[in-house]
Design a protein around this ligand. Structure first.
Ligand code: SAM
Length: 253
């Protein structure tokens, strides 16, 4: 018996039709390097291992790590007993397929952490709080559109795969969930210096959502420059497309 730990966001998948659907969407093939974040009681680990010969897992809960060590041989499972937020995913290798039913309390910082390793990643499949997936895939003009949408859409192709109700978990979370696929873009269109400017610019633009870019981006642009770049100085960040943010990052100095 394992008592679920709230502080580690433990909601274990118990709905086999959902587990099957996720594994089908991942479509793991022998020889692939798959890394699971938060294996928990192995609801996904087990069917993944049935299709692969080996899996890397990153798990923070020492009791769960001990269970997994008893259940699986080191040939089957390489267990990284650590915090995924501090884990160097590139240490495992390249062309990684990262999967997981993520702890919802750390999902946004974890997505930003993983984005740093996107060059070592082939794709990612995650169960997340539905509200976070709404924000990830949101289009300009929607109230869900924000820093998470721009930064992730800039770096990844995103695909909403399926909705998952609370009853699919034990204990059931208080929120709806969804599974999403992220595929790193091979060419984001920005050079390294412009890319380094994109994050601070997007953060500043959305820090005060109700203010116009004339105010929020004043440290980079005057009104005339914004107009030259095709941006209305009276616009709010939530109306600017990802392509516009990239244009601003290229022009900022
Ligand atoms: C929502 S549960 C999913 C468990 C299992 N994969 C399933 O689908 O039933 C989240 C898992 O992530 C683990 N976890 C929580 N925070 C973590 C962190 N910072 N780093 C690594 N694992 C973490 C939890 O201990 C738990 O096993």
């Amino acid at each position: 018996m394992h008592t679920p730990r709230k502080r580690f966001g433990q909601h274990f998948l118990v709905d086999h039709s959902i587990i099957d659907a996720i594994v089908r969407d991942i479509y793991p093939r022998p020889g692939e390097r798959v890394v699971e974040i938060g294996p928990g009681l192995a609801a996904l680990t087990q069917p993944l291992l049935a299709r692969l010969h080996h899996l890397d897992v990153v798990e923070i809960d020492r009791d769960i790590v001990a269970r997994l060590q008893k259940q699986y041989s080191p040939d089957q499972l390489t267990i990284h007993a650590t915090d995924a937020l501090r884990f160097d995913f590139s240490s495992i290798g390249s062309d990684l397929r990262v999967v997981g039913n993520l702890p919802y309390n750390i999902s946004s910082p974890l997505l930003f952490h993983l984005a740093q390793y996107r060059h070592a990643i082939r794709d990612m499949h995650f169960m997340l709080q539905k509200e976070v997936v709404d924000r990830m895939v949101a289009e300009p003009g929607s109230s869900d559109y924000g820093r998470l949408s721009v930064m992730l859409q800039y770096q990844f192709h995103l695909e909403w795969l399926l909705d998952v109700p609370p009853e699919s978990f034990d204990p059931p979370p208080k929120v709806d969930s969804a599974v999403v696929r992220l595929i790193p873009k091979t060419d984001t269109g920005l050079d390294a210096a412009s890319e380094a400017r994109l994050g601070p610019l997007v953060t500043a633009a959305f820090a005060q959502r109700r203010k116009t870019v004339r105010n929020t981006l004043s440290q980079w642009f005057d009104e005339a420059t914004l107009r030259d770049l095709g941006v209305d100085p009276g616009a709010r960040a939530e109306t600017l497309s990802v392509a516009t943010f990239c244009r601003l990052a290229q022009a900022a100095t």
